[in-house]
Design a protein around this ligand. Structure first.
Ligand code: E4P
Length: 217
């Protein structure tokens, strides 16, 4: 399973990418706005730090605008993935980008039927929003399982990118449900390393080791 960071914070990205465990990055208009920096610059900097896919989202809602913005974003670096909303125009743009060999991430997916259409359009990634479905009173993780079953039934090669992840349990459940990747806010990524029993075990081992009076080096 690939793990992406959902961030536009360059310092945070540098720090977590140094673990060698960050396979890619996703961004969205909210995260770009929050950075307070020009989008094209931010995406270019992220692409220099991460070799894997970097999703950059169009803001246009009409087809011509999506195509123009998508081409501009894709020209930033070879690892840019053009992120498009799951609308009728977004899926037409997805098909056109597929023909041009430009990778796409279809975002704001909330149903298996939408995911089916995105796969038929030739999307490279589909982003089901787990947390927002949970917030809405639905079972977000069920959507991952449904999409996995549909994509396997018809051998679609669109990658399932679990998005809107709220806690580490979502990451585990998405992995169990067969998501190809998940995109995580930095805090959740950092939380994946942690377990209270690991901390307890370390302090116990260190305390016993100090009593042994030994040195490995
Ligand atoms: C994914 O591509 C989105 O940027 C992100 O996961 C949205 O998460 P949110 O629901 O926490 O805003």
């Amino acid at each position: 399973m690939q793990l992406f960071l959902d961030t536009t914070d360059i310092d945070v990205l540098k720090d977590l990418a140094s673990t060698g465990l960050v396979d890619g990055v996703t961004t969205n208009p909210t995260l770009i706005a929050r950075s307070g920096r020009p989008m094209l610059k931010v995406i270019a900097e992220i692409c220099e730090l991460v070799e894997g896919p970097v999703s950059a989202e169009v803001a246009a809602m009409d087809l011509d605008g999506m195509m123009a913005e998508g081409k501009k974003l894709a020209a930033i670096a070879p690892n840019v993935v053009v992120k498009l909303p799951l609308t009728r125009e977004g899926l037409i743009a997805t098909s056109e980008f597929a023909v041009q060999g430009i990778q796409t991430n279809v975002t704001l997916c909330f149903s298996a039927a939408q995911a089916l259409l995105a796969a038929k359009a030739g999307a490279t990634y589909i982003s089901p929003f787990i947390g927002r479905l949970d917030d809405y009173g639905a079972q977000g993780m069920d959507l991952i399982s449904e999409i996995r079953a549909i994509y396997d039934n018809y051998e679609f090669d669109t990658n399932i990118l679990a998005a809107s992840i709220r806690h580490t349990g979502h990451v585990t459940d998405a992995a169990l449900a067969g998501a190809d990747c998940a995109t995580l806010p930095p805090k959740i990524f950092a939380d994946l390393f942690k377990h209270p029993l690991t901390d307890l075990g370390i302090s116990q081992f260190l305390s016993d080791w100090s009593k042994a009076g030994q040195s490995i080096l």
